[in-house]
Ligand binder design. Structure first.
Ligand code: AVJ
Length: 323
């Protein structure tokens, strides 16, 4: 078995009192906001996978189509003996498409905070690539990392960050995350990052307001989670999902709206919601090629190559150190 022994214990997760602190701080701030990583408990992760199957949510299909068309070319550019460090191990379909084309990859290092999804993607990947060394890290990828010692010397470390998850970060945080990846990949390394592209409002808004209402369930599941894990008493029937494209800022802004004036218990805090008060829970940024190149530049990176899906909805960008 090529999977390295590792600890999938919960000690890396924020303890409950930290969760409570994060939530209380967010609900005390004006306007109210909660971080989008709170979506991803077990049910949230399952709902996200369902979102990816909705006809309106084009991102995942576009990124897979992109890889189906270009994975060979991408692998050629990366060269042999790559160590692939994946931020957020996800469902691993995309990773498989890439790894299939890589020549003698040194290791795959999936980084994922939640132990269960991490275990799943590892098992799947070990099935596809029995020879591939897997070195999982159950940590928060926004924090400084210590990468495991590779089984042999890689020619290049490539940080893979698919899915346009970078779009969930505000510009400063996104730049900071890219800077962190830049130091982890070393001088000869690179970053392969998925970035959703700016396009007409209707297409973007539909993707975050699917007709089947899966995205709305995904959004409101955050409140269900807080009820369960922190003993809050959010009335699930009195809040609703709203996703609006802010074209000026180039991002989907997802809010949870209060249908009426109401009070909610959050630990020892009573939080008042006004009628129609909106609480921010997610940004999903959309980029022009220029936007993304500028973001990369602020992190000391340059865009070496960009690939697109056939419909040019989504991009995969290869970044290396700027000269
Ligand atoms: C997983 C962050 C890429 O922002 O498009 C999907 C999450 N939120 N529908 C995105 C999400 C609502 C998704 N990412």
């Amino acid at each position: 078995m090529s999977v390295q022994a590792y600890a999938v214990r919960d000690e890396q997760r924020p303890p409950d009192n930290l969760l409570l602190q994060v939530v209380q701080r967010g609900l005390r701030s004006q306007p109210k906001r909660l971080p989008s990583w709170l979506f991803y408990d077990e049910r949230g992760s399952a709902l996200f996978e369902q979102i990816c199957e909705q006809p309106e949510y084009y991102l995942t299909r576009a990124e897979i189509a992109l890889l189906n068309q270009h994975a060979g070319e991408i692998a050629e550019l990366l060269g042999p003996d790559v160590r692939m460090v994946e931020y957020g191990s996800g469902h691993a379909i995309k990773t498989r498409l890439l790894l299939e084309h890589l020549v003698t990859p040194v290791a795959w290092v999936p980084i994922e905070l939640s132990p269960e999804p991490l275990r799943h993607s590892m098992e799947r990947m070990a099935g596809y690539f029995p020879q591939l060394p897997i070195q999982p890290l159950a940590v928060d990828f926004t924090r400084p990392l210590r990468l495991p010692v590779p089984p042999r010397a890689p020619r290049r470390t490539v940080v893979y960050f698919p899915g346009s998850t970078i779009g969930n970060f505000e510009e400063r945080d996104a730049a900071q995350l890219l800077r962190k990846m830049r130091s982890e990949m070393g001088d000869n390394g690179g970053i392969l990052v998925g970035a959703d592209l700016k396009k007409d409002r209707a297409t973007i808004e539909a993707a975050y307001n699917d007709r089947a209402g899966v995205t709305a369930q995904f959004t409101l599941n955050m409140l269900t989670r807080l009820n369960r894990e922190l003993g809050c008493n959010f009335d699930l029937g009195a809040f609703r999902h709203r996703a609006h494209y802010n074209a000026m800022a180039g991002r989907i802004e997802t809010h949870i709206l209060s249908d009426r004036e109401q009070r909610v218990r959050v630990g020892r805090l009573q939080v008042l919601f006004r009628e129609e008060e909106a609480m921010l829970v997610e940004y999903s940024c959309k980029y022009s090629l220029q936007d993304f190149a500028a973001l990369a530049a602020t992190a000391g990176l340059a865009v070496r190559q960009v690939w697109f899906d056939p419909e040019r909805k989504f991009s995969l960008q290869y970044l290396t150190r700027a000269a």
